[in-house]
Write a protein that binds this ligand. Sequence first.
Ligand code: FAD
Length: 815
Amino acid sequence: GPRVVVIGAGVVGAALADELTQRGWTDVTVVDAGPIPHTGGSTTHAPGLVFQASPSRMMTELATYTVEKLASLASDDGPCFLQVGGLEVATSPDRLADLHRRAGWLTASGVEARVLTAVECVELHDLLDPTLVLGGLFTPTDGLAKAVRAVDAQTRRAEQHGATLRPGTEVTDVLVADGRVTGVATTGGEIPADIVVCCAGIWGQKVAGMVGLTLPLTPLEHQLVRTTAVPAQAGQVEEALRPILRHQGEDLYYRDDFDHQVVGSYAHRPIPVAVEDFDDWGRPGDAQGMPSVRPFTPDDFEGPWKDSQILLPALADTQVEWGINGMFSFTTDGGPLIGESPDVAGFWVAEAVWVTHSAGVGRAVAELLVDGVPTTDVHEAALDRFERHQVGPAYVLERDQQNFVEVYDLLHPLQPMESPRPLRLPPFHQRQGELGGYFLEANGWERPQWYDANVGLLETYDVAVPGDWAARYWSPIAGAEARATRERVAMYDMTALKRIEVVGRGATAFLQALVTGNVAASVGSVTYCLMLDPRGRIRSDVTVARLSAAPGQQRYQIGANGNLDLAYLQALAPADVFVHDVTAGTCCIGLWGPAARDLVQSVSTDDFSNAGVKYFRAVEAHVGMVPVTAMRLSYVGELGWELYTTADLGMKLWDTLWRAGQDHGVLAGGRAAFNSLRLEKGYRSFGADMTWDHDPYEAGVGFAVKMAKDDFVGKAALADLDPGAVAKKLVCLTSTDPLAVVMGKEPVLADGAPVGYVTSAAWGHTVGRAIAYAWVPAAFAAPGTEVEIGYFDQRLPYVVTEEPLFDPAMTRLRG
Ligand code: FAD
């Protein structure tokens, strides 16, 4: 294998070194400025609580692997994992309800979990006040990672497989030649390398800065306290008997430490620390001298200490014995940062990773390096997932502090970030506001979920109202908008979707080699394609419009899924292809509904008839005075066009359509209506319904794969698959009960046992049924199969249903 330098021997660097050497890459040097394994980084003083529950399947999977791995490891000092279980308690009805939702996430990921009564909680954790606790979520496989032992065990095993450890060695520079890393300069001399991985924890900014890379992370202080001996624990010789404990309502957590309790608190003001303010690696053996520890600020712990004594009355007999303000990294969306620098080949990062996810991340990075594809779908952790505005210092500082504040908050899946808002505005934002748009936020864009101006539609349409949780960030108006779209014509703001232009002499050959469809058809063709990874799994889905075939100026517009696609295309583009993001400089209105043709034709001299623009064709045209690229496609399954123009003319486009539309019953439709309509048509959304975990046949998008075409990434892997013999499948589940509307991520049960999970869900206002798309094993995929969805403390009956539910003959779209 190549020569690898891992910067940092915290729990992340240690895991990576072990995973690399396990895969046969043995020329690995692990460099740390501090001693190994007690380096003085965040790992050295992490109390090691590992809770696997997360709304993100990725985070749970990374944690589950970490649990499995650490539970199988020991250092000379003892085991690396104490599997005491995890208990999250609720002291309010809202929290109690939410524990059921959290249990659902775990069940959906195959992790055993159950919600306990207050009495059962106290049986597991005798220090809890039985009168305060309403219930708890118990996850038996959670527990305590002994993080320093994990460093020791993994670095030593790596050493046995050939790795070199360089403790007490600070990396002072990363060496680069011709856009590639060549090694590192250290206080102990240069070390040549083909690949350098930054696992420098809170020093990540500084190390990445050595190659000019900005990491969107912020080190923040976090308080950790040890009590004096707890009388109720007198004589406890085991390090931990009680399950690790979380009191999310007050932003606190607890663990046994022999006959003491250790308390961690997020219940204080965010305290960011600049990297230049860290101490040097001085006396890492001494807690107060550790470079990643700041002096304890007792004022910040006053409230949390009172709350702790309320939850655990036994603490009334104790004092704070010692406390620290430790530091670790927060990111703008709470996810880790994994990936290669876009500018310096061979410079990788694995940053902002908790102990909880450390082994999972180590494995994923090792797999990305060695094989190119990870076992766990880590696209949510990709370094290049961010938009340009999301990596600016002011944005990062504000979001990271907000994430510290919200770390244990009970968040609704639709809940938008509070600030910075508003940030990105489509050109017709003012008009949307005048129509009473209820705005949520998508990738920084303000986007209406529905429009209050449409309230009058409720006189025409009866709308089914879902249950409490699904009715948040929702209005019956959205249902009326959905119904009216199918009968009239509606304008949908599609500006937030990523648009990429691919231009140049080599554009056709470049794209043909990456996508599953044939994009080299006539000018004006639009092709729905997948981009696959070498295993044939879906890395994205795109619509590719061929807009020019002039020899020097092949030009395509791609409707894509965020920055990941942009970064992927840019990284691979050869010298004769230019890939650029046109999203912010353009806008898009989806004009859809039976009256869409009449409306657009009334303001255009171009031919919008069926012969003029066939389904899945694009034309350059004018709407009034506005030049547009009109693409005849629709995510809502109705006749109509996506009308694209430049941002400067967006308002004019909106006004032209709106004014002319008054004779055609036009309305503005919001995202909630859109989502309901798309699910009625069975249109998949990448990231929710299908991800890097799925092949096209399982996901029901095999129609987008043209095996007769010349080679493309993933083709060879697909050739080995039998499209008719999939092991799991994305299916459409339905229920006739409006109160059965779910949100996504819930477990699917068959005969009472968990078998799958929900991806997207909504009430289908036209079909009058609750819709939930879900992944299930092939054995449960046949239409008519009865299953249940676990939703809070309920089990809702659903049935697998033939899809699409609406207009399977496509008469609406092709009309
Ligand atoms: P670190 O452990 O900081 O390792 C980075 C290493 O890089 C350091 O050893 C440093 O010396 C080295 N380094 C940096 N720059 C250089 C350089 N230029 N040259 C050489 N070496 C360099 N997580 C949980 O999952 N559960 C918990 O209960 C938990 N509790 C926590 C409590 C506290 C008080 C704190 C502070 C953190 C807690 N965390 C917890 C978070 C967790 O500790 C960290 O996210 C994790 O340890 C980070 O590991 P790392 O390997 O990335 O970083």
